[in-house]
Ligand binder design. Structure first.
Ligand SMILES: Nc1ncnc2c1ncn2[C@@H]1O[C@H](COP(=O)(O)OP(=O)(O)O)[C@@H](O)[C@H]1O
Ligand SMILES: [Mg+2]
Length: 223
C-alpha cells in the first residue's frame, strides 16, 4: 500500500527538476519584461501596469497547472493534450475574463496523446495566445469567442489551432519580428519543438496554427 501512495524517489527528483526549470524560465521571462519596460521612455499607465502583472500571473498559473497535472503521472506517462488545454483554458478564463470582457472558448478535438517534452512549450504558447485574445481581440469589449483545436494528423504530426473572432493584428504587423514578450515566447517555443507556425489575421480575427512533427506518442513509438 505504502509503495502505491509514496512517490518513488526518482519520480520526486524528476518532478523537482521540472519545477526548478520552470521557475528559471519564469524568472528569465520576468527579467526580459523588466528590461523591455526599462527601455520605454514614458511613464506607464495604471492599466498597462495591471496588464503586465496579469500577464506574469497568467504564466505562473499556467506552469502551476502544468505541474499539478504532471504530478499525477508516471515518469514515462503520456499526456492527453486536449484535456490539458481545456483545463488550462478554463483556468485562465476563470482568472482573467471579467464581466466587462467575457471570454468564451469552444474546444475541438480529442485523444491527442503527446510526448511529455512538448507539453510545456505548447502550454506556454496557449497561455500567451489566450491572454492576448483577452486583451486585444475586442477593444470595444464585446465578448471574445475563441476556438482551441487539437488534432492528430495521419502522418503522426500534431496540429494545435487557436483562433479568436476579434479585430486582428495591427496593420503592418510582422509576425516574424514584431511583438513583445508574447510573440517572442510563441516563436521561441515553436522553434524549441521544431514546429511550424502559421498565422493568419484579418478583420474577422487571428488564427495561429502550430504543427509539431513527431509529437504524438503512438507514432513516435512506432517510428
Ligand atoms: N489576438 C490578438 N488580436 C489583436 N491584436 C493582437 C492579438 N494578439 C496580439 N496582438 C497585437 O500584437 C501585439 C504584441 O503582442 P505580444 O507580443 O503578446 O505583446 P504584449 O501582449 O505585451 O503587447 C499586441 O500589443 C497587440 O497589438
Ligand atoms: Mg501578450
Amino acid at each position: 500500500m505504502d509503495a502505491i501512495l509514496t512517490p518513488r524517489p526518482d519520480r520526486v527528483t524528476e518532478a523537482n527538476h521540472r519545477v526548478a526549470n520552470s521557475l528559471s524560465l519564469l524568472s528569465g521571462l520576468v527579467r526580459m519584461q523588466a528590461k523591455q519596460a526599462g527601455r520605454v521612455s514614458r511613464p506607464f499607465s495604471n492599466a498597462e501596469v495591471r496588464l503586465m502583472f496579469d500577464g506574469i500571473a497568467a504564466r505562473i498559473a499556467t506552469l502551476g497547472q502544468l505541474h499539478r497535472m504532471l504530478a499525477h503521472m508516471p515518469a514515462d506517462g503520456t499526456v492527453d493534450l486536449s484535456a490539458h488545454l481545456r483545463d488550462l483554458g478554463d483556468t485562465l478564463v476563470t482568472a482573467f475574463s471579467s464581466e466587462q470582457q467575457p471570454v468564451l472558448i469552444a474546444y475541438h478535438g480529442a485523444n491527442c496523446h503527446v510526448l511529455a517534452r512538448n507539453v510545456q512549450p505548447l502550454t506556454l504558447i496557449l497561455c500567451e495566445l489566450l491572454t492576448n485574445s483577452m486583451k486585444y481581440a475586442h477593444p470595444s469589449r464585446v465578448p471574445v469567442r475563441m476556438d482551441v483545436d487539437c488534432e492528430a494528423l495521419a502522418n503522426g504530426d500534431l496540429m494545435v489551432r487557436v483562433s479568436d473572432d476579434g479585430v486582428g493584428l495591427p496593420e503592418g504587423f510582422n509576425t516574424d519580428t514584431d511583438g513583445g514578450i508574447g510573440f517572442q515566447i510563441v516563436r521561441a517555443m515553436t522553434a524549441e519543438m521544431d514546429a511550424r507556425l502559421e498565422i493568419s489575421s484579418g478583420s474577422l480575427g487571428v488564427t495561429f496554427c502550430i504543427t509539431v512533427p513527431q509529437a504524438l506518442v503512438a507514432n513516435a513509438q512506432t517510428a
